[in-house]
Write a protein that binds this ligand. Structure first.
Ligand code: HEM
Length: 457
C-alpha cells in the first residue's frame, strides 16, 4: 500500500479547500500539528504542506529539478508576466536567469543607493508631524517610484503615474484571481479579466516605448532596462523585445510590493517595541549622526538589518510558495506523483517554536552575529532558497535598510488610534485593515507617557 502522510479531516467532496480558503494563515499554522509533511486534497487534487526545513530544503534545493512552479501560479501570473523568470521553468528559465542575474550583482545595484535615499527624502518632505498617514500606501508609492527609476529611469510624472496606476490595478486583479477557487481562465471576458487586459495593454505600450527609445538611441542609462537589453547569452544572442518586456514586468511586479510590505510591518513592530526603536535610533545616531545614509554606511547599519530580518521572520512578505511535481519522486518516506502540489509553509516555519524559541516575540537579537548561527539551517527563508531564490534579495535588503535608516532618522511612527492590525494572505502578506500611523518629528517628539504624566500634574 502507498504510504501517505498524516492528513486532517476534510470535506468529502471539496477536501480541505473550504478551511484553507476561509483563513489560510490560521490553516497554515494549524498544519504544523499534523507533522512535517501533511497530505491535503483540494477537490480531487492532492497537495502537501511542508513544515520542516529539511523537507523544504529537499524540494527547493536538493531535488529542485524534480519540481516546477505550480500551475496555479502560472495560470494567474502568466497573463501579466508572460514568460519571465518568475513563471518560466526548465532550460528556458535557466537561460533567462543567467541573463538577468548579473544586473543584480552587488556591484551593479550599489549604484542605486542614492536613488533610494533621495526618493525616500522626497516622500518625507511631504510628511507633516501630527498627520495620520496610510503607511502601507506610502511605502508602496515609495518602492514603486524607486523601481520605476532603477528599472526604466522613469521620472516623467505622466509615465510614473501611468505605471503606478496600471500596475496597482493589475496587482489588485491578480490578487482577486489568486483568491478565485478554481481560477477563472484569463480568456473569460469577466470584469476582472477585462480590467486586467486594459491595464496590461497600457503597460505594454509604455514599456515598448521605453525599449524603442533605447534601441534607437543606443544610450546606456545605467538602469536595469539597459542591462536587460545589453545582456548576452554565451553564443552572443540577446533577448527579444517580448522577452525584455516579460522580464521588466516581472522585476516590476516582484520588486516593489514585497519590499513595501516588509517596511510596513517593520514600522508597525517598531511602534510596539520602544526598546527596539531606541536601540535602532542609537545605531543611527552613531553611524550617521544625522547624515543621509550612503552605500558605504550599510555594513555599519547592523542593528537596522537585524530589525528588518526579524520583521520578515514574523511577517514574511512571501508567506509561502508552491511547486508542482514533474516526475515521480520521494519526500522522506512518501512517494509523490507527477502533478502533485507542494506548499512551502514559510509563514508557519518562521513561527515554529522548534526553530525559533518564543516565536511570537519580536526580538531582533535573534539575528545578532553570535545568535544567528544557532538558527537551524534553512529554517529562515524569506527570499526562498536554491536555484529559484529571489534574484532581487540583495537589492531588497539594501533598499529596506536605506529606507528604514533615512526615515527613522527624521520621524517616529505610532499606530493610529483605532487601527486594527491583522496579517492577510494576498499575493503578499498584507495588513488586512491597512496601516494608518501618526507621524512624529524625532527632535520635537514628546513620548506619550510624558504627555499623560504632564496632563495629570
Ligand atoms: C523584501 C522583499 C522581497 C521578498 C521577501 C522576496 C521574496 C521572494 C521569494 C520568496 C522568491 C522565491 C519564490 C519561489 O521560490 O517560488 C522570490 C523570487 C523572485 N524575486 Fe523576490 N522578493 C523580494 C524583493 C524582490 C525584488 C526587489 C526583486 C527585483 C527587483 C525581486 C525579484 C524576484 C524575481 C524575479 C524572482 C523569481 C526568481 C526566479 O524564479 O528565478 N524580488 N522573491
Amino acid at each position: 500500500m502507498r504510504l501517505k502522510p498524516p492528513s486532517p479531516k476534510g470535506h468529502f467532496l471539496l477536501g480541505h479547500l473550504p478551511e484553507f480558503s476561509a483563513d489560510t494563515l490560521a490553516f497554515m499554522l494549524k498544519m504544523r500539528e499534523y507533522g512535517d509533511i501533511v497530505a491535503l486534497r483540494f477537490g480531487p487534487f492532492p497537495a502537501y504542506v511542508l513544515n520542516h526545513p529539511d523537507v523544504i530544503h529537499d524540494v527547493l534545493v536538493t531535488n529542485a529539478d524534480k519540481y516546477h512552479k505550480s500551475s496555479v501560479t502560472k495560470n494567474v501570473l502568466e497573463p501579466v508576466l508572460g514568460n519571465g523568470i518568475f513563471t518560466s521553468d526548465g532550460e528556458f528559465w535557466r537561460r533567462q536567469r543567467k541573463l538577468v542575474q548579473p544586473s543584480f550583482h552587488t556591484k551593479r545595484i550599489g549604484a542605486y543607493a542614492d536613488i533610494i535615499t533621495s526618493y525616500a527624502e522626497r516622500i518625507l518632505d511631504t510628511w507633516q508631524p501630527g498627520a495620520r498617514l496610510a503607511v502601507d500606501d506610502e511605502m508602496t508609492h515609495l518602492t514603486m517610484r524607486i523601481i520605476s527609476k532603477t528599472l526604466f529611469d522613469a521620472e516623467v510624472a505622466s509615465d510614473v503615474d501611468l505605471i503606478g496606476e496600471a500596475i496597482s490595478i493589475v496587482l489588485k486583479n491578480t490578487d482577486d484571481r489568486f483568491n478565485q477557487v478554481p481560477t477563472i481562465p484569463y480568456w473569460v471576458p469577466n470584469r476582472i479579466n477585462r480590467q486586467l487586459r486594459t491595464n496590461i495593454a497600457k503597460l505594454d505600450t509604455l514599456i515598448q516605448r521605453f525599449i524603442d527609445e533605447r534601441r534607437t538611441s543606443g544610450e546606456d542609462k545605467g538602469d536595469l532596462l539597459s542591462m536587460l537589453l545589453a545582456a548576452q547569452d554565451d553564443d552572443g544572442s540577446v533577448m527579444t523585445d517580448k522577452q525584455v518586456r516579460d522580464e521588466a514586468l516581472t522585476l516590476f511586479g516582484a520588486g516593489h510590493e514585497t519590499t513595501a510590505v516588509a517596511l510596513t510591518w517593520t514600522w508597525y513592530l517598531l511602534s510596539q517595541h520602544p526598546e527596539v526603536e531606541a536601540k535602532l535610533h542609537e545605531e543611527l545616531a552613531q553611524v550617521l549622526a544625522g547624515r543621509t545614509p550612503t552605500l558605504d554606511d550599510l555594513p555599519g547599519l547592523k542593528y537596522t538589518e537585524m530589525v528588518i530580518k526579524e520583521s520578515m521572520r514574523l511577517y514574511p512578505p512571501a508567506w509561502g510558495t508552491t511547486r508542482e511535481v514533474i516526475a515521480e519522486t520521494q519526500l522522506r518516506e512518501y512517494p509523490l506523483k507527477k502533478r502533485d502540489t507542494v506548499f512551502i509553509n514559510i509563514y508557519g516555519m518562521h513561527r515554529d517554536e522548534r526553530f525559533f524559541p518564543d516565536p511570537l516575540t519580536f526580538d531582533p537579537e535573534r539575528f545578532s552575529p553570535e545568535r544567528e548561527k544557532s538558527i537551524p539551517k534553512h529554517a529562515y527563508i524569506p527570499f526562498g532558497n536554491g536555484p529559484r531564490i529571489c534574484v532581487g534579495n540583495a537589492f531588497a535588503m539594501m533598499e529596506a535598510k536605506l529606507v528604514l535608516a533615512t526615515v527613522a532618522q527624521r520621524f517616529r511612527l505610532t499606530l493610529a488610534p483605532g487601527q486594527m492590525v491583522e496579517p492577510q494572505r494576498m499575493f503578499t502578506l498584507r495588513p488586512k485593515y491597512g496601516m494608518d500611523m501618526i507621524v512624529h518629528a524625532r527632535d520635537t517628539y514628546v513620548p506619550v507617557e510624558t504627555e499623560l504624566a504632564a496632563a495629570g500634574d
